[in-house]
Design a protein around this ligand. Structure first.
Ligand code: GDP
Ligand code: MG
Length: 442
């Protein structure tokens, strides 16, 4: 895939803003990448369309191609969709002990394994007392499986009573958790190969008894197109609070994650990365986005190029400031920064020893309105005048002031400011080898 892509990218090497054609060409490959990663067709289609609108017209970073730029935009958007407003994916609602956690999903998706992994995590990382209970009465070995895992990780399991139905087990688990002073009790339900009414009815009955704080849907990350269907069904019938994607240690590219997010909007909380008990990690949108797209190297390249250019620009500016070169373009940039950072006080307040000066500036009426007027004055100068403010003689001054709808005296104030700031920048540049100033310019 990478090879095919670089072929496409080679053809797109011009600079400037991304044209519709650039975006379309690159997105065609991205769409294939998404489908190959098992993202469901409608989700891939919608996603590509959304990116198309966003990307067209964006500036291409120097030293990367338009195609590469599009991949970076796609990556960021993927990350955005995957993360949603789920800022802390590893957090579970487990206050008010004993907090029930219900585990649901198809047979073989990894429910039992994930139950134990999560129990280990809760007891080790959060110091919670956890009780696990298997509600899987379909397969005789299933309850034993959880008991064995529990012994292995040192987490208690509810004693097995033969002949009990899942609802009765759930009731007993709740009772035991309350009496035993547990913080959390986990209910590992039975799954089936496909969603059917009986499975859903059973899970719903258990839910009604336990009233779970979290209902985690465990989904095999290798199931592609079907994942959406499963997630939709479980969510509609049982109500899901989060998703765990298992088998992400395999070859799968994890497209199920995107499909499920896009369709159900449920947060993905954890990712299973193996059969071992410690192979459970908090969901990281960045990593999964890279995996789905399979173009991590391109994304890194574009990021690096962007960083390098920013650093180069800052460096070049610093060098000029140190030499006392501070023209109207620089001043304009500083003024714009000030507006962004909440005025003069905001900017200078951050620099040591500048607080007093900031207060003075405020006194002198350097609020946003004034800043904008000053920018207007600079904008009415010619390119040459901006670069060489010493050119400004009486007639030019008159023209500029008039162009901005202001007085020559206003322009004189601006010129004074430019000289003073130039001096200040020079001093600061020498003082901290630019470190402080660079910081302030960020
Ligand atoms: P359940 O039927 O949903 O309870 O599924 P199990 O927890 O019994 O898991 C089924 C199989 O998948 C077991 O062999 C697990 O070891 C394996 N498994 C579960 N999670 C993962 C994972 O994240 N990675 C890998 N490679 N295997 C897993
Ligand atoms: Mg099981």
């Amino acid at each position: 895939l990478s090879e095919r892509l670089s072929g496409v990218f080679d053809k797109l090497t011009k600079q400037g803003a991304l044209s519709e054609d650039d975006v379309k060409t690159a997105l065609r490959e991205v769409r294939v990448a998404l489908l190959e990663a098992d993202v469901s067709l409608p989700v891939a289609r919608d996603f590509v369309k959304a990116v198309q609108d966003k990307a067209t017209g964006q500036q291409v970073t120097k030293s990367v191609t338009p195609g590469q730029q599009v991949v970076k935009i796609v990556h960021d958007e993927l990350k955005h969709v995957l993360a949603g407003d789920n800022e802390d994916p590893g957090e579970l609602k487990i206050d008010n002990p004993p907090a029930p956690i219900l585990m649901v999903g198809l047979q073989g998706s990894g429910k039992t394994t994930t139950t134990a992994k999560l129990a280990l995590r809760l007891s080790q990382k959060s110091g919670k007392r956890v009780l696990m209970a298997s509600l899987d009465t379909n397969r005789p070995a299933a309850m034993e499986q959880l008991a064995i895992l529990g012994k292995q990780i040192g987490v208690d399991t509810l004693p097995i009573v033969k002949g009990e139905d899942p609802v009765a087990i759930a009731k007993r688990a709740k009772q035991q958790a309350t009496l035993g002073g547990y913080d959390v009790y986990m209910l590992d339900t039975a799954g089936r190969l496909h969603i059917d009414e009986e499975l859903i009815a059973q899970a719903a009955a258990v839910r009604d008894v336990a009233n779970p704080r979290e209902t985690l849907l465990v989904v095999d990350g290798l199931t592609g197109q079907d994942a959406v269907n499963v997630a939709e069904n479980f969510d509609r019938e049982i109500g899901v609070t989060g998703v765990v994607l298992t088998r992400m240690d395999g070859d799968g590219r994890g497209g199920a994650a995107l499909s499920m997010r896009a369709v159900t909007g449920k947060p993905i909380k954890f990712v299973g990365l193996g059969e071992k008990m410690d192979a459970l990690e908090t969901f990281e949108p960045d990593r999964i986005a890279g995996r789905i797209l399979g173009m991590g190297d391109i994304v890194a390249l574009v990021e690096k190029a962007q960083e390098t250019i920013e650093a180069e620009q800052a460096e070049r500016m610093m060098k000029r400031f140190q030499k006392g070169q501070f023209n109207m373009n620089d001043l304009k940039m500083q003024l714009e920064q000030m507006i962004k950072m909440g005025g003069m006080e905001g900017l200078m307040g951050m620099m040591p020893g500048m607080k007093k000066m900031a207060a003075k500036a405020e006194e002198a009426g350097l609020d946003d309105r004034i800043l904008k007027q000053q920018i207007a004055l600079i904008q009415s100068m010619t390119k040459k005048e901006r670069a060489n403010p010493q050119l400004l003689q009486a007639s030019r001054k008159k023209r500029i002031a008039k162009g901005a709808g202001m007085e020559v005296s206003d322009l004189n104030k601006l010129l004074k400011m430019q000289r003073q700031m130039g001096d200040m920048m020079k001093k600061m540049g020498k003082m901290g080898k630019g470190g402080m100033l660079k910081q302030a310019m960020r």
